[in-house]
Each structure stands twice: as C-alpha cells, then as structure tokens.
Design a binder for this molecule. Structure first.
Ligand code: GDP
Length: 301
C-alpha cells in the first residue's frame, strides 16, 4: 500500500483527474493542449517557473519521441515529475556517526514544527533511541506547554526555561542535559516569528554557535518545516529560510486534505534541498519519510 495515497487524494483530483479529462477531451497534442495543461498545473500550485520549465521539457520530449496522441503523454509527465522530485534525493535523516545527533527545526509559526518534533520523537523512540526535546521557541505563547504535551504523550523529557528566555540559553541547557544523559537524539524547537527577519536569523545563528561549541559536528540536520496548505507562501518561505539559515532539508506538513500538494514539486524544483519528511495528519504516526517514486505513484497510479 502506498503511504501517500490517502493524503494526496485532493492533490490527485487537482492535477491528475484534470489532466485525464484534458487528454480524453483533446485527444491530440497541440498548442491548445499545452496551454490547458499549463493552466491545470499552475492552478495546482506547481509554481509558474516550474510549470514553464516542465511544459518546455514536455514539448521537447513530444517532438523527440514523435508523440501525437495525448494519451501517450501521461507517462512522460509522471517521468518528468519524478525527475524533478529526485533532483536532490536524500530522504534519510543524517545522524551523527557516533554520539548524539542534534536536529534543529526552523519555520514560521503554525506550520507544524512542534507537531513534527513530537511525531519524530515518537518515531525515534519506537526505534529504541533515547530522545530529548529542547523548547527553543520561547517567544510564541503556549509553545513550551505544547511541546511538553507532546513530550508527555510520547514519553520523552523536555528541557525548557520560562517564556521569553534566551533560546540560545535553552539550547545550551538542552545540550548539557543531553550529554549528561547520553541521549541519542536531541530535537530542538525554535521560534518562528517573521515580523523581524534579521532578529530571527541572528537568533538562529546564535543557537547554531552554542550547539556547535558543545557538539562540533552538530546540528546534523536543520529542517525547515513548511505548511503545504499555504501553497505559494510555503515556496516563498522556503526561499527566504533556505538561503540563509543553513537549512539541510525540508519537512512538508498538512499534505493530508490539501489540494495544494503540487507545491512540493515547485519547492523541489526551485530549491536545492531534499524533502525529508511529510506530515499526513495530526496524530503521532502521521509522519512519513519522503519517497519520490511513491509520491508520484500516489498521484498517477
Ligand atoms: P508550530 O507553530 O510550527 O509549532 O505548529 P504546530 O505544531 O503547533 O502546528 C499547528 C497546527 O497544525 C496544529 O493544530 C497541528 O495539529 C496541525 N498540524 C501539524 N502538522 C499537521 C499535519 O501533518 N496534518 C494536519 N492535518 N495538521 C497538522
């Protein structure tokens, strides 16, 4: 069974069912066909740049392979999508070769950072690893408590200070505690306010320095969490964070129930970053490692 099948149902409707309808109606590949295909893909949040590139590629393939029937285009389209998604194919989380692995989560408020940390803590725990959480979002009201709720649910401790504390100080405490307890994985939440971009980047840099001073090979991953339901906004956030904050991979949340799953194609195409994890619901088990073949298969099979 395909892990993405249910979650991608609406995205499938937004892209594939429309493409199928187009193919049945137009039958032949011509300019009008490409124009409509372009509209469908842009409407499904695949992103203008990516769609333009994709259509150009399809035109070239159609010519090279002398394809005339629209029905022969579908496999070529899914091939191209897999190519884009595989551009940087590195879904495994990078772990420390020895000792503690530190994973930092960044992203704007509400995208699902805390939830993803909780789910991932659960995943590591069920693999027999010891986990500690760091409540580095000292800014958003309720963020610390929310992480503690996840900690209790999953059965892992949370290192915290009071609201408004210096996040770098929380990280320092967390790394010390993690070292003392010899935990396998430290998962760090961070603040995601965007009102003041420079401050946020300074704060992240400070957190980086504190972690690196204590664990020279860390952080082993900096995961940018993006909310798929925000479509093009997720793409702009990816560009904004991706270029500046040492991000090593992406987590795309809330793919369940959104028709905007096409955004993952735009993000993969426009950024040189691998998609690592995908959020498919609010529950503990609703987190999956990304798999480009399965993703496209869930759309087209
Ligand atoms: P944060 O501000 O980035 O820490 O975001 P939260 O972790 O608090 O998540 C914001 C909301 O999104 C919460 O109501 C979560 O339950 C919900 N959420 C997070 N991930 C997912 C997901 O993959 N699917 C769905 N449907 N909801 C999610």
């Amino acid at each position: 069974t395909n892990i993405f099948k249910d979650g991608l149902a609406k995205t499938r409707t937004a892209i594939v069912e429309k493409v199928e309808e187009l193919i049945t109606r137009r039958k032949k590949i011509d300019e009008a066909f490409f124009e409509e295909l372009e509209e469908i893909l842009i409407g499904a949040d695949v992103g203008v740049n990516t769609v333009m590139q994709l259509i150009d590629d399809l035109r070239a393939e159609v010519k090279a392979r002398k394809i005339e029937d629209a029905s022969d285009l579908q496999p070529v389209l899914s091939e191209k999508l897999v190519e884009i998604l595989k551009g940087v194919d590195d879904p495994e989380l990078h772990m420390a070769e020895s000792g503690m692995t530190v994973i930092l989560f960044v992203g704007v408020n509400g995208v699902g950072k805390t939830t993803t940390i909780g789910k991932l803590a659960h995943k590591f725990k069920s693999e027999g690893k010891s986990v500690l959480l760091a409540a580095g979002d000292t800014f958003r009201a309720g963020a610390i408590e929310q992480l503690e709720v996840w900690g209790q649910r999953v059965g892992v401790d949370v290192i915290k200070q009071s609201a408004g504390a210096d996040p770098a100080a929380v990280m320092y405490d967390a790394v010390q505690a993690a070292k003392q307890r010899s935990v396998d994985v430290l998962l760090c939440d961070t603040a995601g306010r965007l009102q003041n971009k420079t401050n946020l980047m300074d704060e992240l840099n400070k957190i980086f320095r504190v972690i690196q001073r204590e664990v020279p090979t860390a952080p082993h991953e900096v995961l940018l969490v993006l909310d798929a339901t925000t479509g093009q906004n997720a793409l702009s956030q990816a560009k904004l964070f991706g270029e500046k904050s040492g991000v090593t991979g992406l987590v795309l949340t809330k793919l369940d129930g959104t028709a905007k799953g096409g955004i993952i194609i735009a993000i993969r195409n426009e950024l040189n970053l691998p998609v690592k994890l995908v959020g498919l619901g609010e529950k503990m088990d609703d987190l999956q490692q990304f798999d480009s073949d399965q993703f496209v298969h869930a759309l087209f099979a």
